[in-house]
Design a protein around this ligand. Sequence first.
Ligand SMILES: C[S@@+](CC[C@H](N)C(=O)[O-])C[C@H]1O[C@@H](n2cnc3c(N)ncnc32)[C@H](O)[C@@H]1O
Length: 433
Amino acid sequence: MNARQAALEIVSNVLQNESYLNLECKRVLSGRWSVEDKRFIMALANTTIENLFRIDHVLKQFITVRRVHTVIMNILRLGACQLLFFESVPVSAAVNESVKLAEKSGKKQLKGFVNAVLRNLSKSFGKIHYPDRDGDPAEYFHVFYSYPKWLCKKYIKEYGEEQAEQMMSYTGDRSLTCIRLNRLKAGPAIAAGYLSGLYCEDAYYIKGMEAPEQMPEFREGLITIQGEASQAAVCAAGIKREDKVLDACAAPGGKSAYAACFALNGKIVSQELHEHRKVLIEKTFARLGVESAEVCLGDAAVFKPEWKEAFDVVLADVPCSALGLLYRKPDIRLFKKETDISELVRIQRAILDTCANYVRPGGVLLYSTCTIDWAENEENVRNFLERHPEFSEDNLAPYLPGELKERADGGMLQLFPHIDSIDGFFMARLKKS
Ligand SMILES: C[S@@+](CC[C@H](N)C(=O)[O-])C[C@H]1O[C@@H](n2cnc3c(N)ncnc32)[C@H](O)[C@@H]1O
C-alpha cells in the first residue's frame, strides 16, 4: 500500500462507516511508514475530510455524469484536495497518482474519467464558481468553510454573519496538543520542555505530538491528553481534599482523573453507561495511578437511592452535540444533524434531574458540555433552576483559572474556540441550599 492508498482507505472508512477520523488514522498508520509518508497521509486525509463540502461543490462543476462510483468519487476527492490545497504536490502527480489509484482499486475502465475530471479542474482554477457571499451567506459558509448548512444558518441567526464566519473559519494551531501534568505522579520538572498552557496551571502544549503511546511520559502516566476547557470544568467544581465526588458520565475518565488530584483524601465514583467505554476509564485510572476511584456501569438518568445526597460534588459532563470541537475534529461536522439536538436535550435534562438528588445540601452540581448550543447549555440550566428551587447559580469566577475568570457570567461560562483559543465548552456551577 502506498501513501495515497492509505489516505483513500481512511477517507473511505470515515465516509462509509462514519468511523472517527483520528481512530482511522491511528489504525492505518500503525503499519510501517516513514515519517514523511505519515505526515502526508494524515494531512491528505484530514484536509479532504475538513473541506469535503467544498471539494464536492468544486468537483460537481467538472463531473458531467449523473452517478459516480463511490470509490472513484473518493479518489476524485483526494485528487481535488491535492490540486486545491497542496501547493507542494505538482499537478501532474496529483492527477497521475489518482489515475493509478483508480486502477489499483479495480476500476481500470474509469482511469480516463478520473484523468479528465482532474485535468479539467487543474486547468480551470480561476473559473471555479462559489456561492454568492452576500446573496446567500449560509450557502457560502456551508461550501467555503465546509460546515453543515443547518449549522451555518443557526450560527448566523444566533451570532450574526461576522461572528458566524469567525467561528467557522477558526482552525487553531493543529500542530499543538494540550496535555495535563498528572500531579498524582509528576512534578512540574517533567514539563520543562513544553509550552505553558493559556489558562490552567497543569496545562501544557506539545508541538508535533504524533503518537502519545510512544512517549514514555504518557505511557507512565506522568502526562495525559486533556484540553484546557475540560481541565477548567474540573477546576470550576472547586473540589476539596476530603470531597466525595460523583462523575455521572465519566468515560474515558479525563475529568474523574483530574478530580482525583484535588480530592486527595476523598473519593471519586465514576459512572458510565456503556461497558466498552467503562473499560476506557479503567485504563485511564491504571495509567494515571488513580486509586481513590470506583468505576461503575449505570445510566445517569436512572435514580440510585443509595446515592441520595451522598456527594459533595456531582459532575454532570453530559453527552452533547460536541459543536465546540468541530474546529479540530472535522469529521464530526459531516454527520451532525439538527434533529439530534432535541433528543440530546431530553437526555441532558433527565440526567440533570437525577443528579440533583445526589448532591448533599450545600454541595455543588457542575453541569458541562463541549458544545456551543443555547438549548443544550444555558436554556437547559435555566429550565433546571426553574424546576429545582433548591439549586441556585454559584459565581464561577473564584474557581476559574487565569483569565477565564473574566469570561464567567455569574454561575455560567460559554467558551468559544475563536475567542478563547480552546475548545468550545459550557459549564454551570449550581449550588444546593
Ligand atoms: C462527554 S462524555 C464524558 C467525558 C468524560 N467526563 C471525560 O472528561 O473524560 C459523555 C459520556 O457519557 C456517556 N453517557 C451517555 N449517556 C449516558 C447515560 N445516560 N448515563 C451515563 N453515561 C452516559 C457516554 O458514553 C460518554 O462516555
